[in-house]
Design a binder for this molecule. Structure first.
Ligand SMILES: Cc1cc2nc3c(=O)[nH]c(=O)nc-3n(C[C@H](O)[C@H](O)[C@H](O)COP(=O)(O)OP(=O)(O)OC[C@H]3O[C@@H](n4cnc5c(N)ncnc54)[C@H](O)[C@@H]3O)c2cc1C
Length: 503
C-alpha cells in the first residue's frame, strides 16, 4: 500500500458530488447533512458521543464500502465506522469526515445449520444474531444487551452470558471479511491472512471495516433468568456478598481453577435506582443462567432465600436473556470499566454505595446511573489464547455507567466514573493478592498471562493503546504497518504503524 500523510481532512461539497457519482450505480446511499436520514445516521447510543459527519455513506455490500474507503484513503479524508453505535467515547463518529454507517442496511444474519455457523454483517445488533440463531435452536456468545452492535463489541473481545462456558466472542470467531484501508477486500481466518485474524480478535477496529463475521454457534435451549431487587440494607449487602462469593468465587480444583457454577451462569450485581423501587437506591441481581429451572433455583438458593422485594426468576427463551436490560435511548452516558477479584469485600460494596448515594444526591440529572459487578466464570477466558486480547486473567469486570441528560453535567458525571473506577483500582491493589492466592496463576492478580486488567470496550477515558494491548502492542504495530500504513482506522486505541516491517 502506498503511504499518504497522516493528517486527515474534512469532507467538501466536491467530495460529496464525487462519492455520489462513484456510487450512483449501486444501492448505497450518500447522505449530506441536509438529507433525510442523516440525523439518524449520526445518532449514537450516548448523545454525548455524537459528532456531525461531513457525509454519511449507507452501504449495502462490501464492494460499496471498498469504493468509499478507497476514495477517503486517496484523498486523506477522516473516516469513522459505525456498527451498533454504542461506543461512548465517540469512536464511531467523525467531526466533518466520512462516516461508514453499517448499521442501517448491513444487518441481516444468516445461519448455516449444517456447520452451526452464523454469518453476521458488520452492522448487525446482538438482537439480530440471537433471533436468527434461535430459529435453529442455536446461540453463540454475544452482548448482554440486545441493541448493542456486533461490530465494536466483537472486535474488542466480547463478553456475554455464555462466556463462562464458551469464552469470548473472539474465541468463537471463525473468519472475518474486512475492507482494508486501500479499499481491497480481505478474508481473515486461521488459514488466510492469519496475522490479520490475530489482530482483529481484540484490536479489530484498527485494521479496516469488518463487513462480515462468521461465528461458531452451539445448540441452545431455554435459560433460567430474571431479576431480584433488594433494599440496600447492611444485612442484605452482607448476605448478598456472601452468596455471590459462594457462587462465583474461584477455587482450585483437580481440573484447574473453577467456580461452583462451572461456567453456567452470569449474574450482574448492580447498585441502581430502578423503577420497581420508585427511584430509591437498590441492589439489583440480574440472573442469566444456562440451566434448567431446578438447577438454577438451587444455584441461586442463597439469593432467593433473602426475600427480594422483586423476583422475576423463571425460564425463558435464550433470546430473552439479552433483553432483560431494557434498551436505553436518548441519554448522555459513558462507560468506565474496572477489574475486581473474588471474594468481594462487604466493606468495599458499602464504599461504592456511599459514593453512588452522594453523587446521585448531588446531581438529580444522574439518577439513572449505575455501578455493576459482572459475575461470571472467568476460568475459560483465562485459559484460552486466541487473538491479541490482552485481558485474560482470573479477574472480573465491573462497569461504572453514569447516565445523565444535560451537557452541563458531562464533566461532573465523567469525573464520578473515574473516581469509582479508581476505588476499584485501589481495592485490587490492597486486597487482590490475598483474594487470588491459592488459585493457579493467582500469585499475581493478573493471572499467569499478565492480564492488563482493562477491557478496552469499557475503558475509553484516559487509557492509552499500550495499556489496553499490553505486550501485544509491538506485534500489532507490525501488522498495522502491513494493512493500514497510513493509520486510517485510528478512532479507538490507535496503533502507530511500525516504521519497519519484519517478516
Ligand atoms: C448498553 C451497553 C451494553 C454493553 N454490553 C456489553 C456486553 O455485554 N459485553 C461486552 O463485551 N461489551 C458490552 N458493552 C460495551 C461494547 O462492547 C462497546 O460499547 C462496543 O463499542 C459496542 O459496539 P458497537 O458496534 O455498538 O459500537 P460502535 O460505536 O458502532 O463502534 C465501536 C467501535 O468499533 C468500531 N466498529 C464497529 N463496528 C465495526 C465494524 N463492523 N468494522 C470495523 N470497526 C467497527 C467503531 O469504528 C468504533 O471504533 C456494552 C455497552 C453498552 C453501552
Amino acid at each position: 500500500m502506498g503511504s499518504l500523510p497522516n493528517a486527515k481532512r474534512s469532507i467538501t461539497p466536491n467530495d460529496i458530488a464525487a462519492l455520489r457519482h462513484m456510487l450512483s450505480d449501486t444501492n448505497a446511499k450518500v447522505l449530506s447533512p441536509s438529507d433525510a436520514g442523516y440525523s439518524a445516521s449520526i445518532a449514537r447510543w450516548s448523545r454525548a458521543a455524537e459528532k456531525p459527519a461531513g457525509v454519511s455513506i449507507i452501504p449495502t455490500t462490501d464492494g460499496e464500502v471498498g469504493l468509499a474507503i478507497k476514495y477517503a484513503h486517496e484523498n486523506g479524508i477522516d473516516v469513522a465506522v459505525k456498527g451498533g453505535g454504542h461506543s461512548t467515547a465517540g469512536a464511531s463518529s467523525t467531526h466533518g469526515g466520512l462516516l461508514i454507517d453499517l448499521g442501517a442496511a448491513m444487518n441481516k444474519v444468516t445461519v448455516d445449520p449444517a456447520k452451526q455457523q452464523l454469518r453476521i454483517p458488520g452492522g448487525a445488533l446482538w438482537g439480530d444474531v440471537d433471533a436468527a440463531a434461535w430459529e435453529y435452536g442455536l446461540a453463540t456468545v454475544g452482548g448482554t444487551v440486545a441493541d448493542t452492535g456486533v461490530g465494536g463489541l466483537s472486535l474488542g473481545g466480547g463478553y456475554g452470558v455464555l462466556s463462562g462456558e464458551l469464552g469470548l466472542v473472539i474465541d468463537n470467531m471463525v473468519s472475518a471479511t474486512v475492507v482494508l484501508a486501500n479499499g481491497d477486500i480481505a478474508v481473515a481466518s486461521e488459514t488466510e491472512n492469519a496475522d490479520l485474524f490475530w489482530a482483529l480478535r481484540g484490536a479489530g477496529q484498527n485494521f479496516g471495516v469488518t463487513t462480515e463475521l462468521v461465528l461458531q454457534a452451539y445448540p441452545q435451549g431455554e435459560c433460567f433468568m430474571g431479576m431480584m431487587v433488594f433494599a440496600p440494607t447492611a444485612e442484605n449487602i452482607g448476605k448478598l456478598v456472601q452468596a455471590a462469593n459462594e457462587l462465583h468465587g474461584i477455587r482450585q480444583t483437580s481440573e484447574g481453577p473453577a467456580t461452583k457454577a462451572a461456567g453456567r451462569t452470569m449474574s450482574l450485581m448492580g447498585i441502581v435506582k430502578p423503577p420497581p423501587a420508585e427511584g430509591k437506591t437498590a441492589i439489583l441481581v440480574l440472573v442469566s443462567c444456562n440451566t434448567d429451572e431446578a438447577t438454577g433455583r438451587e444455584l441461586y438458593k442463597d439469593f432467593i432465600e433473602l426475600g427480594p422485594m422483586v423476583n422475576t426468576l423463571g425460564m425463558g427463551p435464550y433470546t430473552q436473556v439479552n433483553k432483560q436490560v431494557p434498551a436505553i435511548t436518548g441519554m448522555r452516558s459513558s462507560l468506565k470499566g474496572a477489574a475486581f477479584v473474588m471474594p468481594l469485600r462487604e466493606e468495599f460494596v458499602h464504599q461504592v454505595l456511599a459514593s453512588y448515594e452522594a453523587y446521585t444526591a448531588e446531581c438529580e440529572d444522574a439518577k439513572e446511573s449505575l455501578v455493576a459487578w459482572e459475575l461470571y466464570d472467568p476460568c475459560l477466558v483465562a485459559k484460552l489464547e486466541n487473538g491479541c486480547f490482552a485481558n485474560r486473567g482470573h479477574h472480573f469486570n465491573s462497569l461504572v455507567m453514569p447516565m445523565w441528560s444535560k451537557a452541563e453535567n458531562d464533566q461532573f458525571c465523567r469525573q464520578w466514573a473515574r473516581d469509582v473506577s479508581n476505588m476499584f483500582k485501589k481495592e485490587i491493589e490492597a486486597h487482590g493478592e490475598t483474594a487470588s492466592a491459592g488459585i493457579e496463576g493467582g500469585a499475581s492478580v493478573r493471572g499467569k498471562k499478565g492480564a492488563v486488567l482493562l477491557y478496552g470496550n469499557y475503558d475509553q477515558y484516559d487509557e492509552i493503546s499500550k495499556d489496553i494491548f499490553g505486550e501485544h502492542y509491538e506485534r500489532l504495530a507490525q501488522i498495522k504497518a502491513r494493512y493500514d500504513p497510513d493509520n486510517m482506522f485510528n478512532k479507538l486505541f490507535p496503533i502507530t504503524p511500525a516504521a519497519e516491517l519484519f517478516e
